[in-house]
Design a protein around this ligand. Structure first.
Ligand SMILES: Nc1ncnc2c1ncn2[C@@H]1O[C@H](COP(=O)(O)OP(=O)(O)OP(=O)(O)O)[C@@H](O)[C@H]1O
Ligand SMILES: Nc1ncnc2c1ncn2[C@@H]1O[C@H](COP(=O)(O)OP(=O)(O)OP(=O)(O)O)[C@@H](O)[C@H]1O
Ligand SMILES: [Mg+2]
Ligand SMILES: [Mg+2]
Lengths: 259, 259
């Protein structure tokens, strides 16, 4: 039975989508069945796997409108990664984005129903959320087993940790008693910038064992994913970014089997 | 009479807050009276000028609750930048964030009333918005004279331009006929990464004269602003980031007086 994990951060541009795509791909390469679900109306995840744009198949908005079933919107994404699937939002226009946010505002539980139906078929399901803590992110937190927070190794991201922890505690109290911490991931670490060492130290002191040991470096090869439309391990296994996400996947599998 | 300019992008982490703080500071150093208004509940702007946290004075949420007037929430921020002021949100808890978003959801026009009252006293008013296109960003677009979009020189940011243009056209049609483009700013340009040249070329071809000639490089000194709690020109005028924002301020003043 799979784990449902939301990747959240109110701070923008910290690597939520990059982590969903690259960690998902690495876990699937290590024989795990992985589903990635796009809740962010920006369609960033779909863009990383070539599912953005019209006529790429049904998506989450079609399920929310009751014109497709959850099984209809699960798409395979890469011939060399047969255990990786993605559910895109399939939002093309501003009007559809408004419709999507309105459905979620009025009926938060619908996200939970879709995710719970998909859960039995996968080992890991990662939900990519937009940089906000209200809906759709709040709806995701109300359903999942745990949440993961990428923390960019910069001062601007430090404040966001407290906000996510508070929002998660509120959701846990009101809607989802099982909600736990999957982990905090330090990413875009720039060895040359003096503040990286300081940020890494402070985060590890504050969050202790909840911080993954793996540190993802800042690596321009990772920023090519939305252009190449495939995860980094598909085009450069030897890059620092690919190695870090492979190491993270192994760390997660070690920790998961250990408990 | 001042210009009201919203800094928007649905894509997170592209430099909205950094541009508000640093461009604002540079324009004020060039004798302009500049006000920065924080609409983003993350309080990123307040953090960059030392106004975050409790007991730093009233903010936007107090005006929305009718317990303060717009003049009460304008704070000076730096002794060496006497023409720079900031209106923080003054949101401390998740409950206050929910209250804030609910007020804006139910009464979009309240943002307009506050901004219009402040407008006569400044040459430039920049509104820092969260990485989303619905409220509070939508409310800001419904009031301002123009909007500015930072574009990170990476593939992941390319898709966001079309989304912002569409949202702005909709707001212009429904609420704000005067809404114009202030400009697109290419930022975090990393000369070493091959894709920077390609992204810069594509953006300039697509958006032509709407793209500022000034290119802001990726500069770790800029990432220190939230830690030092002052704009980059206050601690390192010679850094590539400071020079770029000074050049941008001059470019804007040249263009503004030229028209
Ligand atoms: N370790 C890394 N090294 C270099 N670039 C990275 C790294 N991780 C992500 N990026 C790039 O940084 C940018 C932001 O990453 P990403 O889009 O994954 O963040 P996000 O948190 O999903 O953003 P949003 O808040 O808009 O959803 C993208 O251009 C991405 O390609
Ligand atoms: N030109 C630059 N060079 C290097 N770092 C930069 C530059 N501009 C901004 N930064 C850093 O990048 C990060 C993101 O910038 P910033 O917070 O201004 O973006 P934002 O668009 O306001 O983010 P959000 O979407 O969360 O509001 C911050 O850590 C900031 O200090
Ligand atoms: Mg994302
Ligand atoms: Mg910001």
């Amino acid at each position: 039975m799979g784990q449902l994990i939301a990747i959240v951060s109110q701070k923008g541009g910290v690597g939520k989508t990059s982590t969903a795509v690259n960690l998902g791909a690495c876990l699937s390469a290590l024989k795990q069945k992985v589903l990635l679900v796009e809740l962010d109306p920006q369609c960033g995840l779909a863009k990383c796997v070539g599912l953005d744009g019209p006529n790429k198949g049904a998506g989450l908005i079609d399920v929310l409108r009751d014109s497709a079933s959850p099984a209809d919107v699960v798409h395979p994404v890469h011939p060399r990664l047969p255990r990786l699937w993605v559910v895109p939002t399939n939002i093309q226009t501003m009007a559809e984005e408004t419709e999507y946010l309105t459905i979620l505002h009025n009926n938060m539980a619908v996200v939970g129903r879709v995710l719970t139906q998909l859960k039995p078929s996968y080992d890991f399901i990662f939900i990519d959320t937009p940089p906000r803590l209200d809906n759709p992110t709040y709806a995701a937190l109300a359903t999942v087993d745990s949440y993961m927070v990428p923390i960019q190794c910069e001062y601007a991201s430090m404040g966001t940790v407290g906000r996510v922890l508070k929002a998660a505690l509120e959701v846990k109290r009101l809607y989802n008693a099982k909600l736990g911490i999957f982990g905090f991931l330090l990413t875009m670490a720039d060895k040359k910038a003096g503040f990286t060492v300081r940020v890494v130290q402070e985060v590890r002191q504050y969050l202790k064992h909840h911080v993954f040991r793996t540190l993802v470096p800042r690596d321009p090869r990772l920023a090519e994913v939305p252009f190449r439309q495939e995860p980094v391990i598909a085009y450069d296994m030897q890059s620092p970014g690919a190695k870090a996400y492979i190491q993270l996947a192994r760390e997660i599998l070690r920790d998961t089997t250990a408990t």
